[in-house]
Design a protein around this ligand. Structure first.
Ligand code: M6R
Length: 369
């Protein structure tokens, strides 16, 4: 059942090309146009929404944070991501023009269920992105967009995360199509680029030996910092969460731009810092800013480990270790850059002899508030 792998987690990491491919399957027609029949919310209602709130916890919330960049960019609808357990307690502003998008692998997370119920009571429309057929959150929502990642057994979420990003992107494209924010040709191009990601994830998996080796050599590490910017920021937080959960190592993810506002004080000789670098072909000088951040921490003694796009030579001078992922657009990069971070946590935890499928103190689905 583990498909020959030593753990479910390793199997699920390796299942990711398929998890993304399955989530895309049947959701565009022969001409490459998007068809999301399962979104059974009246299109006239969706045309009028003026706000999106994504509700989720843990890794699923990081998927929401990634998706927010794409949804706002494509649909021009203000989008927030809120941890489900914080949402209800701040007297949130929610009405019939608010679209609630819940993200949950299990569909049973009590915090998220209660937040969805609350939002519905306030008149909001609710769409669930979920990996578990017939679970409670989809049943209590107006519509559901299933991620077809297949059952996820390991407590630490991996393939569900990539499938959640994929599904949330499809939802964003669907809204953009419905509301006329993107031309049909643009939507087709993005779908075509998405369709190429499973093969690119497979490439990342095939080239994982070096990151495995590095992870195993770092079994005695006490703390690891993760930096990212734009979509790389939630990826950094996800990388840190994986390391905490599996290897019980103190890890924190930061927005790279926040470094100088405090966290840079943590940098001392030998402190490992993993940096998720945006594509040099991307917009808004994101890349050069992150490269400066690598220089800043390096100058203070950090051991710099960099995840960058294939062909990006500029990072080599500042990185002790560089791991390359294939080229893709800025918004799709998380589907690739997350994978080495998952492998890093898995290998480091395995080197320490920990049970990666059942980390201490954690449950696969958190059904209490
Ligand atoms: O089933 P859900 O997606 O609602 O679960 C949410 C979180 O509990 C979950 O992502 C948790 O953070 C995982 N252990 C992450 O690896």
């Amino acid at each position: 059942e583990k498909g020959g792998y030593p753990s479910f987690m390793e199997k699920e990491i390796n299942d990711q090309p398929d998890a993304v491919a399955q989530t895309l399957l049947g959701r565009s027609d022969a001409d490459g146009n998007l068809t999301l029949d399962e979104i059974r919310v009246d299109p006239s209602v969706l045309k009028n929404i003026d706000r999106i709130i994504v509700l989720a916890c843990g890794t699923s919330a990081y998927a929401g944070q990634v998706a927010r960049y794409a949804i706002e960019h494509w649909c021009r609808i203000p989008t927030e991501v809120e941890l489900s357990h914080e949402f209800r307690y701040r007297d949130p502003i929610v009405d019939e023009n608010t679209l609630i998008v819940s993200i949950s692998q299990s569909g049973e997370t009590m915090d998220t269920l209660m937040a969805v119920r609350y939002a519905r009571e306030q008149g909001a429309k609710t769409v669930a992105i979920c990996n578990t057929n017939g679970s409670t959150i989809p049943r209590e929502s107006d519509a559901v967009l299933y991620t077809h990642a297949g059952p996820e057994i390991a407590v630490a979420s991996t393939k569900a995360f990539l499938a959640q990003i994929t599904a949330a992107y499809l939802l964003g494209l669907y809204l953009a199509q419905l509301r006329g924010n993107l031309f049909q040709g643009q939507i087709k191009d993005i779908l075509a680029e998405l369709a190429k990601t499973p093969a690119k994830i497979a490439t990342v998996l095939e080239n994982a030996d070096q990151i495995k080796e590095l992870a195993r050599s770092m079994a005695d590490t006490r703390s690891v910092l993760f930096l990212g910017r734009h979509v790389g920021y939630p990826v950094a937080m996800e990388g840190a969460l994986k390391l905490k959960e599996l290897a019980y190592i103190h890890a924190e993810g930061f927005a790279a731009g926040e470094l100088k506002h405090g966290p840079i004080a943590l940098i001392e000789e030998g402190q490992p810092v993993i940096v998720v670098v945006p594509s040099p072909r991307g917009r808004d000088s994101l890349h050069s800013k992150v490269v400066s951040n690598i220089q800043e921490v390096r100058a203070r003694g950090a051991k710099t480990i960099v995840i960058a796009e294939e062909g990006d030579e500029s990072v080599k001078a500042y990185a002790e270790h560089v791991f390359y992922v294939p080229e893709t657009s800025t918004l799709l990069a998380p589907l690739l850059t997350t994978v080495p971070l998952q492998i890093f946590a898995l290998e480091l935890a395995s080197a320490k002899g920990f049970d990666v499928d059942q980390p201490r103190n954690l449950a696969k689905s958190v059904t209490v508030e």
